[in-house]
Design a protein around this ligand. Structure first.
Ligand SMILES: [Zn+2]
Length: 278
């Protein structure tokens, strides 16, 4: 078996998720790690946090492939008594490299929202917001639109989505008429506020994403926009890890472990005793 190095995997990841496909504010690529270190095990995670670092060390991983950037904003210190500095120190000391594919993986085809759409059995996928610039063409862009094989009511679709997405305390909540017929669905892995208008323009029946808030949702519905489903951020992006893992296993002589550790910050969901549907 030929050796596989951090450089080999990073070059392949950079080719699958080119850095110039990321949004201008984003920070992607190799965060830390020695290019010539051998890689025999990779851990795929949504978030590089102390709990997933523990998991990487316990699993004997040589490389973490993460979706969210550890260091998105500039820092002036990685002292070990800071939250992120401690992570950097632990990883370097253990010889574990860290790689991020974020909005470049959102834009890619297949990308983060394709994996989310696949969990919901959506067919005929196309971008919600087609990519422009370096990433333009070939079905690339942010979010995806597809069709359900059988129309569902909003209430049924919310239950279906909750059953298909990774389980979280937050679960799935929906906004709009519970009896509304849903066939064409837009999805976006991660925070989706900024594409509410795009979902309305696309004429979909429902738009599913994470991190929705009261005022944008109320105003969107008052303007006649599609029904909305708000899911846990982690749950919306976790399906992509399987796609990356399959691709890494096919390309390299490595073990790939997918983290199922729920890194969503919401840990309790307590529904009120309220009649939600007549
Ligand atoms: Zn995200």
């Amino acid at each position: 078996m030929t050796d596989c190095t951090v450089r080999n995997v990073v070059e392949a990841l950079d080719a699958r998720y080119p850095r110039d496909w990321a949004e201008s504010w984003d920070r992607v690529g190799l965060v830390l790690g020695e290019f010539d270190h051998r890689v025999s095990r990779i851990l795929c995670v949504v978030d590089c946090v102390p709990e997933t670092v523990d998991q990487a060390l316990e699993a004997g991983a040589d490389l973490i492939v993460a979706h969210h950037p550890l260091l998105l904003k500039p820092v002036s210190s990685i002292a070990p008594d800071t939250f992120k500095g401690r992570i950097v120190h632990r990883l370097i000391r253990a010889g574990v490299a860290l790689y991020t594919a974020h909005t470049n993986a959102d834009t890619a085809n297949p990308g983060v929202s394709d994996a989310l759409a696949a969990r919901l059995d959506l067919a005929g996928l196309r971008p919600l917001v087609p990519a422009e610039g370096a990433a333009a063409g070939e079905g690339r862009g942010l979010g995806r639109i597809g069709e359900l094989a059988v129309p569902l009511t909003l209430e049924q679709f919310a239950r279906f989505a909750a059953g298909r997405l990774p389980a979280t305390a937050a679960g799935v909540r929906a906004a709009g008429d519970p009896g509304r017929a849903i066939r064409t669905v837009a999805v976006c892995g991660g925070a989706g506020d900024s594409f509410l208008a795009a979902a309305t323009r696309a004429g979909v029946d429902a738009y599913l994403c994470a991190d929705l808030r009261h005022h944008p949702v109320s105003e969107h519905l008052a303007d006649g926009g599609p029904a909305l489903l708000d899911v846990a951020h982690w749950a919306s992006e976790r399906p992509w890890l399987d796609d990356v893992a399959v691709w890494l296993r096919a390309g390299f002589p490595v073990d790939v472990v997918v983290s199922d550790l729920d890194t969503d910050p919401w840990t309790v969901h307590s529904a009120s005793e309220k009649e939600t549907h007549p």
